[in-house]
Design a protein around this ligand. Structure first.
Ligand code: SF4
Length: 905
């Protein structure tokens, strides 16, 4: 430790720290322009942080000067102020000083400094200088680049490279002519995260859609949680006159630390889109007509009672939502169990996330990620498998990139595509394991077998903490490197490399997603991950664990709240009567004895005439990829209630339509992918007559004679925390101060699970049984390629919300078929040429995008696009033995250059 003095105040501090850091910690303000706490320290370009040090002749920049023993520092002396004033004067010489119309006015650091240091604008300046010549760049669909205002602080260049790992922009030219542009004038390869705009201390980079919409001081900033993916980034909705005009961030809030992806930054206007449902609708003949809340609620209550009376309670079912809040989902399942009297509740996530819930429960007794997103920064080996994380959960991707590039983590990406993370990782010595699509579980089983055979497992951990090891050994013994190679295409040397890297650390994290958990092998794929973690002891410690990453904002919360036919809130099994006791007592209701039906079972039951009424909250059951089957089923129902923010295809078939409030019009909580319970806050008035989902259900319940007794969302959370052990002690007041990760106890959360061992009967090795028949079905004689589908950065899922964003639509306005260079050469096609893609069900003409990320023989289309066509027909249902969809079962396709008409004829 050393002693220093800042502005006459003596303090002790550590050696090696910058003067700026020490001063900031002390609350002493030193102005900066190029420095930002989230960028690498010591850039030292703007020099505005100059300070005076006794005994040193010239002023020194505080950001790059380290404190030394007995140093006497003055941060605001006369000479310091004079120097800063001169620097600002020189900056203003080339700055347009167009604050009257600049969107940054009021939050511009340069403007504030000029005012603070009493600097005249260039009109009255004592200096004269050349003006630089630029054109205001309007090429980007969403970002306006005004280089006249640029002070070349480099924050935008650095955030794009250092934090986002994209490097879309750089300095071009030198000296006076320096400008920020694309490297070597190349095409802009931007991910449109908006971090450059957020970082720009002046108005050189601004949002086009925000231009002239509001002055900074007119905006109310409402902190909330992003409504898109399960990463759960924290953001601020900027509101003026009840309109959301932009999204900003607080650098210190949430795991995203001020960063967002395109969806979070630009995708907010779905909230006030013209297609929002504004009033309740009721079916009259073949039309849906406007109705009052009283009319729809009374009629719905009567109809539910009639159907219950006529066909029994099991004839009614409900579909909850992975996008609405915990409070909404809790009240929804309570309504079905306590008021209707059935466990027939599920979500569409049954098709892609239930395998994760089940396998995590089987292995560890807990159905969620074992560790936190931020712990990726401490991991020494990170395996990303079955997930295009840079596209689907970009902020998780940002953490992984940082862990590899700056913190020494070895990154192994297991993916059939040379995707963004692969390309990034390879720059920094990462490993790409290029396997055949859908074979991830087999590779993992092979790794387990290799480690067992080589006796490289963590036997002490296995003996002390696990069960079922012996049987598990038998179940993987067949997966020799040769057999694995035959199915996955992975060479034994590569298999060994991953195995050795992962077993060689006690800080190994496996990050995975839907590509791996969907379909017939989904559950075993996840079990394979869990088994591998148990074999190596990579679990139960900080930065060692398994992390399923969720695609929707409250997917985790919907399961936590018991929107699942076999699980009560908090993962209590409905079949165990003592589990039901406290719910029965608290709800003052008789709970159903009979087990509930899953979504596919509900659809079957509808088709068998057993289910007559369906209540769908916050989702579209006429799922494009299961359109035929689900639509046929819905057509057979006597009562369909749809509660949503838009008039979906399901709503078109409904008997009653309830307009619901969006995330921006209500309060509540979402639970993200790492068990983090976070607040959403009302930012604008409810659109039309819409109401929060929980409030609608409570009103319907009251109509049926059961009062839920909730006055607001906080009351609902109070009941949740009193009944759900993992949400114990959670309340809005505390959450407003800080999000918390379940299991919650005495107001503190749990960063990583199993620190003190696994729950009873868990830490369990589970046998792995794969159905390999689904992995090699392509009829090579008839079809030349396999179609892969997946999420994209702009539009995840079916794109219901992102397609209603004007900025995102500007960026992603066209769909391309991605093909490999090798295939393009064989077909004799070039970029943007059109091609006819033919599946067993339909054909479609599309422009092509030739990319390095595709393997020969495979083509790629965005999921949202495919599911809105008939390209997959009923392929997903036909090929998965009724267990739901499986995108790893690739659809065989043909490609040719004929026109569609020619191919049809
Ligand atoms: Fe929203 Fe997910 Fe993007 Fe974060 S990463 S801004 S939560 S969509």
């Amino acid at each position: 430790m050393i002693d220093i003095t800042i502005n006459g105040k003596k303090i002790r501090t550590e050696e090696g720290r910058s003067i700026l850091d020490v001063a900031n910690e002390l609350g002493v303000n030193i102005p900066t322009l190029c420095h930002h706490p989230h960028l690498k320290a010591g850039y030292g370009s703007c020099r505005i942080c100059a300070v005076e040090i006794t005994g040193v002749k010239r002023l020194l920049p505080a950001c790059v000067t380290q404190v030394a023993n007995n140093m006497e520092i003055f941060t605001d002396s006369k000479s310091v102020r004079k120097a800063r004033k001169l620097l600002i004067e020189l900056l203003l010489l080339h700055h347009p000083c167009d604050c009257l119309t600049c969107d940054k006015s009021g939050e511009c650091i340069l403007q504030n400094l000029a005012y603070e240091y009493e600097v005249e604008t260039n009109t009255y300046s004592r200096f004269q200088g050349h003006k630089r010549e630029f054109t205001i760049d309007l090429k980007s669909p969403v970002i306006e680049r005004n280089l006249y205002r640029c002070i070349t602080c480099g924050r935008c260049v650095r955030v794009c490279d250092e934090v986002r790992g994209v490097g879309a922009i750089d300095y071009v030219r030198r000296g006076f002519d320096t400008e920020v542009n694309t490297p070597q004038g190349m095409k802009l390869r931007c991910e449109f995260c908006g971090s450059c705009i957020a970082m720009c201390p002046v108005g050189a980079l601004t949002s086009k859609s925000f231009k002239y919409k509001a002055r900074f001081w007119e905006l109310k900033k409402v902190p909330t949680t992003c409504a898109y993916c399960g990463t759960g980034c924290q953001l601020e909705l900027n509101v003026k006159d009840n309109v959301i005009y932009r999204v900003t961030t607080n650098d210190n809030a949430g795991i995203n630390e001020g960063h967002l992806c395109i969806r979070g930054r630009y995708g907010f206007d779905f909230v006030q889109h013209e297609s929002r449902l504004k009033e309740p609708l009721m079916r009259k003949g073949d039309k849906l007509v406007s109705a009052t809340w009283d009319e729809v609620l009374i009629k719905s209550a009567k109809e539910i009672e009639r159907i219950k009376e006529q066909y029994g309670v099991q004839s009614i079912a409900g579909i909850g939502s992975v996008r609405t809040t915990n409070e909404d989902n809790y009240v929804f399942q309570k309504f079905f169990r306590a008021v209707v009297g059935t466990n027939n509740v599920d979500t569409v996530a049954h098709y892609y996330h239930l395998p994760v819930i089940k396998s995590m429960q089987k292995s560890f007794g807990v159905s969620a990620a074992t560790n936190s997103i931020e712990e990726l920064l401490g991991a020494k080996v990170i395996v990303v498998i079955g997930l295009d994380v840079a596209e689907l959960n970009p902020i998780v991707g940002v953490k992984i990139r940082r862990a590899q590039r700056y913190l020494g983590a070895k990154l192994i990406v297991v993916s059939p595509k040379n995707d963004k993370l692969v390309r990034f990782s390879q720059k920094y010595d990462g490993t790409w394991v290029k396997l055949k699509p859908g074979t991830e579980g087999i590779l993992l089983a092979g790794i387990c077998n290799y480690l067992i055979k080589e006796n490289k497992i963590n036997l002490d951990f296995i003996k002390a903490h696990t069960i079922g090891y012996e049987n598990f050994v038998k179940s993987v013994s067949a997966w020799t490197p040769e057999k694995v190679k035959e199915i996955t295409g992975i060479k034994d040397t590569d298999l060994k490399e991953i195995a050795e890297a992962y077993v060689g650390t006690n800080k190994g994290m496996i990050v995975f997603g839907n590509e791996l958990s969907m379909g017939i092998n989904g559950e075993n794929n996840v079990l394979a991950i869990n088994n591998l973690a148990l074999l190596t002891g990579n679990i139960g410690r900080e930065s060692a664990g398994v992390m399923p990453v969720t695609e929707y904002s409250n997917l985790q919360g919907a399961y936590d709240m018991g929107v699942e036919p076999k699980l009560l809130p908090g993962y209590r099994e409905v079949s165990i009567s003592q589990e039901k006791t406290k719910f029965k007592k608290a709800w003052n209701a008789t709970l159903p004895e009979e087990s509930g039906l899953t979504l596919p079972e509900i659809i079957n039951a509808i088709q068998e005439g057993k289910i007559k009424a369906l209540y769908i909250m916050g989702d579209n059951l006429v799922l494009p990829y299961l359109k035929r089957r689900h639509k046929e089923a819905l057509d057979m129902l006597e009562l369909i209630i749809v509660q949503d923010i838009y008039r979906t295809e399901s709503a078109d078939l409904a008997t009653m339509v309830f307009p619901a409030a969006s995330f921006a019009e209500k309060n509540g909580t979402f639970t993200n992918t790492d068990r983090r319970i976070q607040r959403i806050n009302q930012a604008i008035n409810r659109v039309g007559c819409s109401r929060p989902d929980w409030e609608i259900i409570s009103a319907l319940s009251a109509e049926m004679g059961y009062s839920m007794n909730f006055n607001n969302e906080s009351d609902v959370m109070a009941e949740i925390s009193s009944l759900v052990q993992i949400y114990k002690e959670v309340n809005f007041e505390e959450l407003n101060k800080k999000a918390v990760q379940w299991p919650v106890d005495i107001k503190s959360g749990t960063k990583f699970l199993f620190k003190d061992g696994f729950p009873p009967d868990s830490g369990k090795f589970c046998d792995l049984i794969f159905d390999v028949s689904v992995l090699s079905k392509k009829d090579k004689t008839e079809y030349s390629h396999d179609l892969m589908v997946g999420g994209t950065l702009c539009h995840s899922g079916t794109g219901t919300m992102s397609h209603r964003s004007s900025d995102i639509s500007l960026i992603a306005d066209k769909v391309f078929l991605k093909i490999s260079y090798a295939d393009a050469r064989k077909l004799g096609v070039k970029e943007n040429d059109e091609i006819v893609l033919t599946t067993p069900f339909d054909s479609i003409r599309l422009p092509i995008n030739i990319v390095s990320e595709m393997q020969e023989g495979y083509v790629f289309l965005p999921f949202y696009f495919v599911v809105n066509t008939n390209l997959l027909g009923n392929f997903l249902e036909l090929n998965n033995k009724g267990k739901g969809m499986n995108f790893s079962e690739l659809c065989p396709v043909n490609l040719n250059r004929e026109t569609k008409e020619e191919s049809d004829s």
